[in-house]
Design a binder for this molecule. Structure first.
Ligand SMILES: C[S@@+](CC[C@H](N)C(=O)[O-])C[C@H]1O[C@@H](n2cnc3c(N)ncnc32)[C@H](O)[C@@H]1O
Length: 189
């Protein structure tokens, strides 16, 4: 496990996910309140969790990217928040999101297939758009379930690999390959 100092000087992106997030780091902060497709989808996710949302305890977003879902969770309930991702740039974005929402989000870097947390440590385990990036997502799911407290809340969504409004930007690439950008899918060994 390594904790990340989001204010550390930027390094050139070292992997596909760092490259994916780089443009967002260089762009103005996103508007989380505007009427956009992304914000609408986030609102639907929160609505889905609804009254299952824990009233206290710890929540973690696995493969958090910019941690926009985690931040909305943190606005809805007074939970201790952890954003987990392999990409330094993602964790920098998560820190920016936390500051936008004036929330404390602890950022932790590592691999989702070996989570550096004790079993049963979290009351809410979330992932959004993560599991479809693994040819075999079962090791990721096992780890997510392991760190969930018995009786805790598990939430995961995937973006289906088919053309959609959400995927419009990726349409050309998807015509060429059933996968997404090289390096962002973990193939089976
Ligand atoms: C499509 S993004 C989803 C980001 C965010 N959850 C969202 O909905 O905007 C997938 C994230 O999973 C992270 N990720 C992919 N494979 C990972 C791995 N093996 N360990 C940790 N994080 C990983 C990537 O760095 C990326 O930030």
């Amino acid at each position: 496990m390594s904790r990340v100092d989001p204010s550390a000087p930027k390094e050139p992106p070292t992997n596909a996910w760092d490259r994916t997030w780089q443009p967002q780091l260089d762009a103005p902060p996103p508007d989380f309140e505007s009427r956009s497709l992304g914000n609408h989808i986030d609102a639907l996710k929160l609505e889905f969790i609804g009254s299952d949302m824990p009233k206290s305890g710890r929540a973690i977003e696995i493969g958090c990217g910019s941690a926009r879902l985690l931040a909305r969770v943190g606005r809805a309930a007074p939970l201790q928040l952890v954003g987990f991702d392999a990409s330094m740039n993602a964790l920098r974005l998560a820190a920016a999101t936390a500051s936008h929402f004036q929330l404390a989000i602890r950022t932790v870097r590592g691999d989702v297939r070996a989570l550096p947390f004790e079993s049963g440590a979290f009351d809410l385990v979330l992932s959004g758009g993560l599991l479809e990036h693994f040819e075999d997502p079962s090791p990721v799911l096992s780890e997510m379930v392991r760190i969930l407290r018995p009786g805790g809340v598990f939430y995961a969504d995937v973006v289906p690999r088919k053309l959609s409004l959400y995927r419009i930007g990726a349409a050309l690439r998807m015509l060429r390959s059933p996968w997404m950008e090289e390096g962002v899918v973990a193939r089976k060994a």
